[in-house]
Design a protein around this ligand. Structure first.
Ligand code: GLA
Length: 390
């Protein structure tokens, strides 16, 4: 950790007696975008950047949150008797939501308070899941401090999603929390979101690196646009169900979709459903390709994913289109696409080892010319899921 969070905890809360230390990663999704709330497949991995937490129990009923990422931040103090959302709590609504969800969703109300300090190195608003990281961090802390040993890491992912849906009003799927909770060093997680069955796939590529490029833009209305996409998919599904025996869009293959798509009356909804169906199939194919060491096909499917998110799902943006489309032109780039919820944030690219420097120089220069912004690049290290450090 590049920051002494333990010392900071001591400064804020008086001393560090009896504290425990934790880490929860961010995530990047390689392929399978906006499929997780459509019963489809995703293929994310946990990063080695993430959120650190230091915490201990208290004897009274107070919960106290402090973030070392916010300059001159105050401690947010909440009583266990009133676990309700408050805009003024700002970022602390994420850990608070998890405390609330432990009681609400699992009947595990806390019998005494706790205090925690966090510090993270996931760039803000980058679409690398800083909120899921914080949710699963909080879940890990609660399980450890209060001895909720019957909860699995999958439970912590589900509780995180429950709190984000019902406390913070973002209707996200399960991918982010699952990746953050279940991550494994050097592996991507091939997850079937219809039943949460999964398998790890080694993604340590001998000849190439996974490179994240941060556009450094985040367009507003992300959450409301996201929730709109969900309801457009739900509308399309309902109409398809009048002619197909399916539970989710993930149950369809391309041919069946094409044969029946005319029942979807609204063109936008039809395009959204098309993305969900095709993207799910692309993800299955991409994992197959990876298993047979066919990284070229994997890259092509990533590019197709971007085009589909740009044209049919409309969750890309001008800046991320520039990053992906200019990347495709660079020698040694195997594939490149926008990653995560969209409307800004990052692209993820697979780049041959010998081309990484040229990739950064060329893309950095062109992006700056076209947008005035210097992008940031991170060569990805894939790490483990959330855990206690000390
Ligand atoms: C956000 C959500 C995820 C997923 C992605 C898009 O990151 O939190 O559940 O839907 O967008 O793939």
């Amino acid at each position: 950790m590049e920051f002494d969070l333990l010392a900071e905890f001591g400064k804020v809360y008086g001393d560090t007696e009896g504290v425990r230390e934790y880490f929860s990663p961010g995530r990047v999704n390689l392929i399978g975008e906006h499929t997780d709330y459509n019963g489809g497949h995703v293929f994310p991995c946990a990063l080695t950047i993430g959120t650190y937490g230091v915490a201990r129990k208290r004897d009274d009923d107070k919960i106290r949150f402090y973030s070392a990422n916010i300059k001159d931040a105050d401690v947010v103090e909440v009583s266990l008797k009133d676990l309700s959302y408050d805009k003024a709590y700002n970022w602390a609504n994420y850990p608070l939501g998890v405390v609330w969800a432990f009681g609400e969703d699992r009947g595990k109300s806390l019998d005494s308070g706790f205090e925690m300090a966090i510090w993270g190195n996931i760039p803000n608003g980058s679409g690398l899941s800083s909120s899921a990281s914080l949710e699963v961090l909080t879940g890990t802390i609660l399980c450890d401090l209060y001895g909720f040993d019957d909860l699995t890491m999958t439970d912590l992912a589900l509780i995180g999603q429950y709190s984000e849906n019902n406390f913070n009003g973002m209707n996200c799927g399960i991918m982010d929390q699952f990746a953050v909770a279940m991550g494994k060093k050097d592996c991507a997680i091939f997850l079937d979101t219809s039943d949460l069955s999964f398998e790890y796939a080694n993604i340590k590529l001998p000849d190439a690196k996974i490179v994240i490029t941060n556009s450094k833009v985040k367009h507003s209305l992300v959450n409301s646009e996201y929730n709109t996409r969900r309801s457009e998919c739900a509308t399309a599904l309902k109409q398809l169900q009048s002619v197909c025996d399916i539970e989710t869009l993930g149950d369809l293959d391309e041919e069946t979709f094409e044969a029946n798509k005319s029942v979807i009356t609204d063109e936008k909804c039809r395009n959204r459903a098309k993305h969900a169906v095709y993207e799910n199939r692309r993800t299955l194919r991409a994992v197959e390709a990876l298993k047979s060491n066919d990284i070229t096909t994997f890259g092509k499917l990533m590019n197709e994913s971007h085009v589909s998110l740009r044209d049919d799902y409309e969750t890309s943006c001008q800046e991320c289109d520039i990053l992906a489309e200019e990347a495709w032109k660079i020698d040694g780039v195997i594939g490149s696409r926008i990653t995560g919820g969209g409307f800004g944030g990052c692209t993820v690219s697979i780049v041959k080892n010998e081309a990484v420097d040229t990739f950064k120089d060329t893309l950095g220069r062109i992006y700056k010319e076209k947008t005035g912004i210097d992008p940031e690049f991170y060569v990805v290290d894939i790490g483990d899921g959330a855990h206690r450090i000390r």
